[in-house]
Write a protein of this length. Structure first.
Length: 144
């Protein structure tokens, strides 16, 4: 084992933690309301630009998977995190691994949000149904 590298357990822990902000930034830019207008602009440009490279450039801001690669590159540059080897190979391995873990996090988060939205929709429908029943009940009690 290379004395310059932390233990495998420490590397994996750092990997798991580093993927969290990558996932957070990629999800926020590509899904959340705060970036809706710039994202809609990028969607339009990704469909209307004449050159392929321009369409692909704007598309990367609309796709969490694509955008997570660029966020990962920035995160690796800021943290100098490598995986298994302290050279360029460690950066390549770390890059693909962080992207993969970040996308697992985003998939789990997306499913969680979908489940929450589904539950809120069911609750709203049940409340509406109860409201309608409670409006009908006074008439039934008085024999109307």
């Amino acid at each position: 084992m290379d004395p310059l590298l932390p233990s495998l357990g420490a590397q994996l822990a750092r990997l798991a933690v580093l993927a969290i902000p990558v996932a957070c930034v990629a999800w926020t830019v590509t899904h959340e309301e705060v970036f809706r207008e710039p994202r809609e602009f990028c969607v339009r440009k990704s469909q209307s630009c004449r050159r392929l490279w321009q369409r692909k450039f704007f598309y990367l801001f609309t796709c969490e998977y694509c955008f997570s690669h660029y966020v990962t590159i920035l995160a690796l540059w800021l943290t100098r995190f490598t995986l298994f080897t302290p050279d360029w190979r460690g950066y390549v391995l770390a890059g693909f691994t962080v992207v993969w873990i970040a996308n697992l996090y985003m998939s789990a988060f997306g499913r969680l949000r979908l489940g929450i939205k589904h539950e809120r929709t069911e609750i709203a429908a049940t409340e509406k149904e109860l409201e309608l029943v409670s409006q009908e009940e006074p008439g039934r009690r008085h024999g109307r």
